[in-house]
Design a protein around this ligand. Structure first.
Ligand code: LRH
Ligand code: MN
Length: 397
């Protein structure tokens, strides 16, 4: 092995040793679009089944030790469900990750939750967020990850500025309930389910609200929550510069919030985002960013899609680690555009799969997790165990 090859594999092994990503419980459940839901026999509908599936993904990939939980879907009885959760954690070796409040299902939230003109409805919404903070304390989860569907569909129908005031109050109340090592992640989304204005629509609004809430609040970037012309990696660079970047919900999209599997439409997008993060590392800029997947697997097998997503994320993270940052900085300073671009894209063109396979073998993992999933027969086994029950299930996740 030549010197450059050994440095490349050292760099690769370090990059993959540093890489972890959180998987969503709802990625294993029967989900659909407003036009329908195609049931899968192997889908999970209990917390136990979601932990079992998460454990299988972690057994194959070695980099998904935590599972994101949605309060109403996974812990409908709140803190009372935590003892059972603890049993599942020790049984399956998977820890509870980010806790996601749900302010988008209840009928009372038609005109908003934290931003609803009705003070009683706002009170109940704040209580749900405070309950979610208490759940996170009980599960030992660091992040309470908040997304709001709040907005309006018709100009003039709501006071946009009044709602900003109610939102600031609510997030300050949530922030003051946090434990010392906890964080409040504020997720933005430009539209859907609201189609005229959305109260937390972009990174600027989320940044302001995070700063107004307090020092433990950060911005969460869901890659599917941008207009197609937006430069997401530039937003990431700004959030790294301002110290407000708290985490990602990774997925892919062709049009809107399509929640497709990461790297299925525009893998170069994720590479460019990873480049910004690794450049910050390289330049010693401190940041503490949670990597999470947020997808709904309506067509692909849910466990297969999750394993494929984790492997793709590892490969794109590895490609970004192939960028010779000293040389790139020299090209950037001398404005040698083509040389910089060729070096940058050259890393993206690098086939890192052999390096990733070598790292997995060195870490006692199957070199090709997707092939191992298929050979292992896990999906076929649970499809038989769970299959007969599927038709009865009707919830979203
Ligand atoms: C909203 C969102 C949010 C979740 C939900 C499942 O579009 O990205 O992060 O709570 O999807
Ligand atoms: Mn999301």
């Amino acid at each position: 092995m030549t010197h450059s090859e050994s440095t490349m594999s050292d760099r690769a092994f370090k990059a993959l040793d540093d890489f972890q990503i959180e998987i969503p419980s709802w990625g294993f459940a029967n989900t659909g679009t407003r036009f329908g839901k195609f049931l899968q026999a192997a889908a999970a509908s209990t917390l136990e089944e979601k932990f079992a599936d998460a454990a299988e993904v972690n057994r194959l990939t070695g980099v998904t030790p935590t599972i994101a939980l949605h309060v109403l879907w996974d812990l409908p009885n709140g803190v009372a469900d935590v003892p059972e959760l603890k049993r599942l954690e020790s049984r399956f070796g998977i820890r509870a990750g980010s806790i996601n409040p749900n302010l988008f299902q209840d009928q009372q939230y038609k005109f908003g939750s934290l931003c609803n003109p009705n003070p009683e409805t706002r009170r109940q919404a704040v209580d749900h967020v405070l309950d979610s903070v208490e759940i996170a304390k009980a599960t030992g989860s660091r992040d309470v990850s908040l997304w709001l569907p709040d907005g309006s569909n018709y100009p003039g129908s709501q006071s946009i500025r009044a709602r900003i005031g109610w939102l600031e109050e609510a997030l300050q109340a949530a922030h003051s309930a946090l434990g010392t090592d906890q964080r409040l992640l504020v997720e933005y989304k430009p539209f859907e389910p609201a189609f005229y204005h959305t109260d937390i629509a972009d990174w600027g609004m989320s940044s302001h609200l995070s700063q107004a809430a307090g020092p433990q609040a950060r911005v969460l970037v869901d890659t599917g929550h941008h207009y197609s012309a937006q430069n997401i990696e530039q937003i990431v660079a700004w959030l790294l510069h301002t110290g407000l970047l708290g985490g990602f919900h990774f997925n892919d999209r062709r049009y809107a919030d399509d929640d497709l599997t990461l790297g299925s439409i525009d893998p170069y997008q994720i590479f460019r985002i990873f480049h910004e993060l690794q450049s910050a590392d390289f330049e010693g800029l401190p940041h503490d960013v949670a990597f999470m997947i947020d997808q709904s697997h309506n067509i692909k097998g849910k466990i297969e899609a999750t394993v494929q997503t984790v492997v793709t994320a590892q490969e794109l993270w590895l490609k970004a680690a192939m960028v010779d940052r000293e040389q790139l900085a020299r090209h950037q300073r001398s404005c040698d555009v083509v040389a910089a671009e060729e070096l940058f894209r050259g890393a993206f063109w690098t086939d890192v799969r052999p390096l990733a396979a070598a790292w997995r073998i060195a870490r006692g993992l199957a070199p090709d997790p997707l092939a191992a999933l298929r050979e292992g027969g896990y999906v076929e086994r649970i499809a038989i165990e769970r299959g007969s029950r599927q038709s009865a299930v009707s919830s979203y996740a």
